[in-house]
Design a protein around this ligand. Structure first.
Ligand code: SAH
Length: 364
């Protein structure tokens, strides 16, 4: 008669294969200490880290022994994303990617060609919990956080494709895709440190912009990090009543608290703040609101970016007409505020905020 414990034994032996860690989701220090625990010298971490960010596969890491390369392949992966869709705008200045994650969730990101370099607009979450009424990413709520490796994979995967198209690799990152980066604080910070690391991607903090709908305590925490990244604040209103009509988060933090936190960020970093203002017809585009906005922004370096609403099936609202936008802008200018109107890029390829994914999901 067989011993029942034998069966258990057999089952135990058939454990699923060990989950390999994603090197894109590990800091240099984490890689080094992991290697030491695998019996390797810690300086190997520097070599591996450099290869990873030069997009070199394990078997091509020529300064490592064959056995180490095999060990790496057994224990790690270098995260990739499957490209589900790529759309290039007619003017060939904007490319939108739809990527499949390993758990079959879908994210999108956009690469824009500017004179100062190529900028990638990354997603930081699958979906978003913030529930802004005009935003397509908010429709299904938050599905899950992205980890730092999945943010990095958007950069490296897009670079691979850009190279095939003859574009330069991305030199700037804006955290303005789907999701609220400050609602995924730890992973976002890890990503920022990773992409900045001089031995890795080596992107200057100045080339990184984080956009938030105004999570005040996290804005202050970010200021305390003392990094000279750019902060963009999605204000979209000049008083709390109007803001509450379009942004759920306005019920949690007041505009006054957001402006105070923005001043604090400026005091800590010396970086001027960008305030984003989506222009929505009949909601927030009256000239007197521009005057009210000017009062709020008095006394510290800032810049207002007016964004004509991208109309989409999800929001059912209309963009302000050009006359209203120009008038709003000239009122701001008359108060000495720096103001620009966001150049529309890629509207022919649903370049805006969660729209491509929303359309894609609808067709499934
Ligand atoms: N959660 C962050 C970053 C993602 S949204 C934030 O709120 O800033 C990036 C920017 O696009 C925000 O300013 C957001 O308000 C804006 N946006 C969202 N939907 C839009 C739409 N339909 N048209 C124009 N801008 C939109």
């Amino acid at each position: 008669m067989s011993n029942p414990s034998d069966k258990t034994e057999t089952r135990m032996n058939k454990q699923p294969e060990k989950r390999r860690a994603d090197l894109l989701n590990m800091s240099l220090e984490e890689i080094k200490s992991d290697l030491v625990s695998l019996g390797e010298e810690h300086y190997r971490g520097d070599q591996i880290y450099q290869w990873v960010y030069r997009d070199v596969a394990f078997d091509e890491m020529t300064n490592l022994s064959k056995s180490l390369r095999q060990k790496l392949a057994q224990n790690y992966i270098i995260g990739t994303l499957k490209q589900l869709k790529r759309l290039i705008s007619a003017d060939e200045h904007t490319i939108k990617y739809l990527y499949l994650l390993s758990d079959n969730n879908i994210i999108e990101c956009v690469v824009m060609k500017y004179r100062h370099g190529n900028t990638i607009c990354l997603s930081t979450q699958v979906g978003c919990a913030m529930g802004c009424s005009f935003c397509a990413s908010a429709t299904g709520g938050l599905i899950r956080q992205l980890n730092a490796g999945e943010m990095m994979a958007q950069v490296l995967e897009s670079n691979r494709d850009l190279a095939k198209l003859g574009w330069n690799p991305v030199s700037n990152v804006v955290l303005m895709g789907s999701g609220e980066p400050l609602d995924n604080y730890e992973n976002t910070m890890k990503f920022i440190h990773q992409i900045h690391h001089p031995k890795g991607y080596n992107m200057s903090y100045r080339n990184i912009t984080l956009s938030t709908c105004g999570l005040v305590p996290k804005m202050r925490a970010l200021a305390d990090e003392g990094l000279n990244i750019n902060l963009a604040v999605s204000l979209h209103a000049s008083n709390d009543n109007v803001r509450k009509k379009i942004m759920k988060v306005a019920n949690v933090y007041s505009i006054e608290e957001i402006i105070d936190a923005s001043r604090y960020f400026y005091a800590k970093t010396g970086r001027r703040i960008t305030f984003e203002y989506v222009m929505i017809d009949g909601v927030n585009d009256r000239p007197e609101l521009a005057a009210e906005l000017s009062q709020l922004l008095y006394g510290f370096p800032n810049h207002v970016n007016l964004i004509p609403l991208n109309e989409n099936k999800q929001n059912k609202k209309k963009r302000s007409n050009n006359t209203a936008i120009r008038e709003f802008m000239s009122v701001l200018r008359s108060y000495g505020i720096n103001v620009t109107i966001r150049r529309e890029m890629g509207s022919d390829i649903q370049g805006a905020c969660g729209q491509l994914k929303a359309d894609f999901m609808e067709k499934l």
